[in-house]
Design a protein around this ligand. Structure first.
Ligand SMILES: Nc1nc2c(c(=O)[nH]1)N[C@@H](CN(C=O)c1ccc(C(=O)N[C@@H](CCC(=O)O)C(=O)O)cc1)CN2
Length: 294
């Protein structure tokens, strides 16, 4: 029995849920999980439905059938197979804790992704990546060669068919063009509780400000540094007795968890862009379960 999902966004109006559930029932599909949001501020409506196709309808069948429904509401609709592994490129610089965490979750089947490449502007994690039988690409980045470096990065994304790029502490600012080309397809982990402490050194900024909470934020990357739509955040309490270096250590686990949760939400189709913000639906029951209990 195949487990599919449907993502829908359109202008809010009556009858959307009824139309979707009636269509799926008519196609012998059994809804197993459903979430929706009606944004009164923007007039946008968002819905994600998980369902089992119990009558043998395939994705092409469902897409064809739904093409008679979607135009009535001006819907953007996307059917996909929840078990299909999304192709992901991970980018990293000198700090490997988020990369390491993603590799472990991937290795135990806790994150249904296909890591098709790791790109870095340093060689620190070449051995780790190669030991996971994943292609490692060292692309040095300087102020002078940034356009060529980004062109090489984009060629890898194109050649591998990657749907998502994850910046797992990749410490170079991406160009406006790269952000435009990959809009909604690059997820970053920023090591602060945004909008506080943007930039390359947030833990030092937090220490100097004397905050009592530090945090991590995962967001879609836009040309405006650390301003992209936020997907996931978390905080950790700190005290006067801890140094900025203590913050770095304390923040590691939080960064890795926040990034993994954001990637999980994105690849399961639970995140919708809504202006400069996001709508993030809860995980379906069982979607966090690992194929191999590591
Ligand atoms: N266009 C964007 N690019 C990147 C973003 C983003 O939001 N928009 N996020 C960063 C990650 N990041 C913070 O989370 C960050 C990375 C790097 C810097 C920075 O100032 N880098 C310097 C070089 C630093 C170095 O060489 O170590 C620079 O690029 O000149 C700030 C914030 C990833 N890219």
């Amino acid at each position: 029995m195949t487990q599919f999902a449907l993502r829908v966004r359109c202008r809010s109006t009556r009858g959307i849920v009824a139309a979707i559930s009636t269509f799926l029932a008519g196609e012998d599909c059994n809804i197993t999980d459903s979430a929706q949001f009606d944004d009164v501020d923007t007039g946008n409506f968002f819905m994600r439905v998980s369902f089992r196709s119990e009558g043998g309808r395939t994705l092409p069948d469902l897409r064809a059938g739904f093409s008679a429904v979607a135009p009535r509401f001006g819907m953007e609709a996307e059917f996909f197979d929840e078990r299909e592994k999304r192709k992901v490129v991970i980018m990293v610089s000198r700090f490997g804790h988020c990369l390491n965490d993603l590799l472990y979750r991937w290795r135990i089947g806790g994150l249904p992704i296909d890591i098709v490449a790791v790109i870095s502007n340093h060689l620190d994690y070449q051995k780790l990546v190669v030991n996971h039988d994943i292609p490692f690409h060292w692309i040095k980045v300087t102020k002078e060669n940034k356009p060529e470096a980004e062109a090489a990065q984009m060629r890898i994304v194109a050649d591998t068919g990657a749907e998502l790029v994850v910046l797992a502490r990749y410490m170079q600012v991406l160009s406006d063009e790269m952000c435009r080309t990959m809009s909604g397809r690059i997820i970053n982990i920023h090591h602060s509780f945004l909008p506080s402490f943007k930039g390359a050194n947030p833990y030092r900024q937090a220490y100097d400000r004397g905050v009592k909470l530090i945090g991590a934020t995962s967001h879609y990357v836009t040309a405006d540094l650390d301003e992209g739509p936020i997907i996931e955040q978390a905080v950790v309490p700190v005290t006067h007795a801890q140094s900025a270096d203590d913050y770095v250590s304390l923040g590691r686990d939080t960064e890795a968890q926040v990034l993994a949760r954001a990637v999980h939400a994105h690849i399961h189709g639970r995140v919708f862009l809504n202006g400069g913000k996001t709508v993030v639906f809860p995980a379906s029951p069982g979607s966090y379960a690992s194929e191999r209990m590591g």
